[in-house]
Design a protein around this ligand. Structure first.
Ligand code: MN
Length: 244
């Protein structure tokens, strides 16, 4: 029984390489007892479960096939795909989890998060997050015609890219005090998150307790990464695009 954690795949029709790496991962790990936790930003954008884009349908089909082979798949929302809903989850055969979420795995307790809530110094982003996570905003957005939602999502993405370029790396990283409080609140469980695209293993001293924080890598068109837990060791599994 193996646990796999991935984040920030940013899949889109424009990034077929990352989708290829993801399909390969699903095919490799899909067997009874294994679990896959996707910690947000599986998709570069998500404008609603009613989106009939063929690329999304292919990913749904790949996830459903892996589920049929026994893989249990769990999904947390990221800042790009926070509109993934129950309809998608049912079709893909994945279980939506809240962010954060405590996971009691064999011999170890984890707490899982996308990680954007820990980036507290970026006040502008946190205001955007609060606005777009409100049920009223989401209902309004989802009521709009699909074509309009796609245009709006493109604009939001462009704005976010422009804002990112204007901000310092430190501003967009996690806030150390927020992380310390978070680890304390979650009983010193091992934290796994993505979002910052700064893969690393950090050791925090929280009131004299050593607590690990593992940051997942984002995926490119040629490389991805999964963190794996086999009940004894937590290790990084590099993933590559292979020609088929
Ligand atoms: Mn993210």
């Amino acid at each position: 029984m193996l646990y796999f954690f991935v984040s920030d795949l940013h899949l889109s029709a424009r990034a077929p390489g990352a989708a290829g790496i993801f399909r390969r991962l699903l095919a490799d790990i899909a067997s009874a007892g294994n679990r896959l936790y996707i910690l947000g930003d599986l998709f570069e954008a998500w404008v609603g479960d009613d989106d009939d884009d063929p690329f999304n349908q292919e990913i749904v089909a790949a996830l459903d096939e892996a589920r049929q082979r026994g893989l249990a798949v769990f999904l947390l929302h990221g800042n790009r795909d926070f509109l993934i809903g129950a309809q998608f989850a049912a079709r893909a055969g994945v279980t939506l989890l809240p962010d954060p979420c405590v996971l009691s795995a064999p011999a170890r307790r984890f707490v899982l998060s996308h990680g954007d809530m820990l980036c507290a110094d970026d006040a502008e982003y946190q205001a955007f997050r609060a606005r777009t996570r409100a049920p009223g905003w989401q209902a309004d957005f989802l009521r709009k015609p699909l074509a309009e939602r796609r245009i709006l999502a493109g604009q939001l993405r462009a704005q976010s890219e422009a804002a990112k370029n204007a901000k310092s790396a430190a501003l967009m990283d996690v806030n150390p005090r927020v992380v310390a409080d978070f680890l304390r609140q979650h009983g010193h469980a091992t934290l796994i998150h993505g979002h910052t695209h700064k893969p690393a293993c950090h050791a925090h001293d929280i009131d004299g307790v050593r607590v690990e924080r593992h940051v997942l890598a984002d995926w490119s068109e040629t490389e991805g990464e999964a963190l794996a837990w086999d009940g004894k060791t937590l290790y990084r599994k590099p993933l590559f695009l292979q020609s088929s």
